[in-house]
Design a protein around this ligand. Structure first.
Ligand SMILES: Nc1ncnc2c1ncn2[C@@H]1O[C@H](COP(=O)(O)OP(=O)(O)O)[C@@H](O)[C@H]1O
Ligand SMILES: [Mg+2]
Length: 263
């Protein structure tokens, strides 16, 4: 005689095993097996596949949430033809995430609006999808974070946390100059991550100007020494994408001066 509690037990056990996706489809799948003569092997294959996929998706969602990315941008959305200074083979190589496996840094340099943040985030999203931990922070926010940790006496813990991500994105280096303490904290972060994980930097300033940003040429060269040791630099020389979209809709920038005296 069939055990009358068997279905209930299957549901209970699936919930205990936290196999929520399987639990939600098991009834319909079993019904299909009976009514449509689907083999049990194929039912098993389908429900396990569903569980694996849904666990993968929820792990990606969690990593995306923890990454603090300000917006989701993908590499697919990046129009490479608009930016001919970016070598297609370098772009393709970055997409393979080889740099993450090799603990190499990536530095996007270029003027505002050329897609530095977009590319950094796109690589971050690709890394999250491939199973790596990612964290995004602007250079100013990171220094502020470390400064506060230093005041609380927990600098080491903060550096350790920032050191553990497989990919750390430090956006917008150079928008604000750093003071002495800021430069020193930045150096400590770079040292902590050296040869341990990949860091993606973006900056609107060339390397020769990093001395100015850090306010100290000695610290700047110590930072660059470590950052550039295993690294890929992408120097973007093109036009601002923001400006180009404005032009497309007919808004010139800066706005034209009204020539009222002509009327
Ligand atoms: N080549 C591109 N293809 C598609 N969108 C782009 C491209 N370059 C920039 N953008 C978009 O233009 C805006 C500005 O780019 P952003 O990455 O913030 O520039 P940057 O960080 O260099 O100042 C963003 O919305 C970005 O998604
Ligand atoms: Mg930016």
């Amino acid at each position: 005689m069939t055990d009358p509690y068997i279905i209930q037990r299957i549901h209970d056990n699936l919930l205990k095993l936290r196999m929520f996706s399987v639990e939600s489809v098991i009834d319909s799948q079993l019904e299909q097996a009976v009514t449509r003569d689907v083999s049990l092997v194929s039912v098993l294959d389908q429900i396990l596949d569903l569980e694996v996929k849904s666990r993968r998706d929820s792990a990606i969602d969690t990593r995306l949430r923890l990454s603090c990315l300000p917006i989701k941008k993908t590499l697919n959305e990046f129009d490479l033809s608009f930016q001919p200074s970016i070598d297609r083979s370098v772009f393709d190589d970055l997409q393979t995430l080889r740099f993450v496996h090799n603990q190499e840094n990536v530095i996007f340099l270029g003027p505002p609006g050329v897609g530095k943040t977009h590319l950094a985030i796109g690589l971050g999203v690709a890394a999250i999808e491939a199973g790596f931990s990612v964290y995004y922070v602007t250079s100013a926010a990171m220094i502020e974070k470390l400064r506060r940790a230093n005041l609380r006496g927990s600098l080491d813990r903060s550096l350790k946390t920032l050191g553990k991500y497989k990919v750390l994105i430090v956006d917008e280096i150079g928008y604000l100059p750093m003071d002495k303490e800021g430069a020193h904290l930045f150096f400590q972060l770079v040292s902590r991550r050296y040869e341990k994980g990949s860091t993606i930097f973006t900056s609107n300033k060339s390397y020769s100007e990093w001395g100015e940003i850090l306010g100290d040429n000695v610290i700047a060269s110590a930072v660059l020494d470590r950052v550039l040791h295993h690294s890929i630099t992408v120097n973007i020389k093109g036009e601002s994408y923001r400006l180009q979209s404005r032009k497309k809709v007919g808004i010139s920038f800066p706005p034209p001066i009204r020539e009222d005296h002509h009327v």
